[in-house]
Design a protein around this ligand. Structure first.
Ligand code: SF4
Length: 114
């Protein structure tokens, strides 16, 4: 994950609060109906879960297969972002030390409604 993404997530975990919509961001509107930018860099990437709107595409730049999140709003919906943050805080670990298995388990629990 990009270092900026780690910083955003670690800051939110430290203060226990979502960062909200970054109305100064040059990339807005990056997704339809975006509500929160805390997880702009998705902690679940690549989730490989087409049910949330992501899909595999061929990169026009590299010609390689890559996971695209352009149609996913899962981590940008305020209700989900709250649950992601809550789940991360409850893990009570430095974000850098949280395993991919724990992250994907958190995503699964959120989708299943806790
Ligand atoms: S498809 Fe959505 S949930 Fe999956 S990695 Fe991309 S942004 Fe995250």
């Amino acid at each position: 994950m990009h270092e900026k993404g780690r910083m955003l997530i670690k800051k939110a975990m430290k203060v226990g609060k979502l960062s909200g919509l970054d109305s100064d961001c040059n990339y807005l509107p990056c997704h339809d109906a975006i509500q929160d930018c805390t997880f702009c860099y998705c902690p679940f990437y690549p989730c490989n879960d087409p049910d949330v709107g992501g899909r595999e595409i061929i990169s026009s730049r590299t010609g390689q297969s890559v996971w695209s999140c352009s149609q996913c709003t899962f981590n940008h919906e305020a209700k989900n972002a709250e649950k992601i943050l809550d789940g991360l805080i409850k893990l009570n670990e430095d974000f850098n030390l949280i395993s991919r298995k724990e992250l994907l388990s958190l995503k699964k629990r959120i989708i299943e409604g806790w």
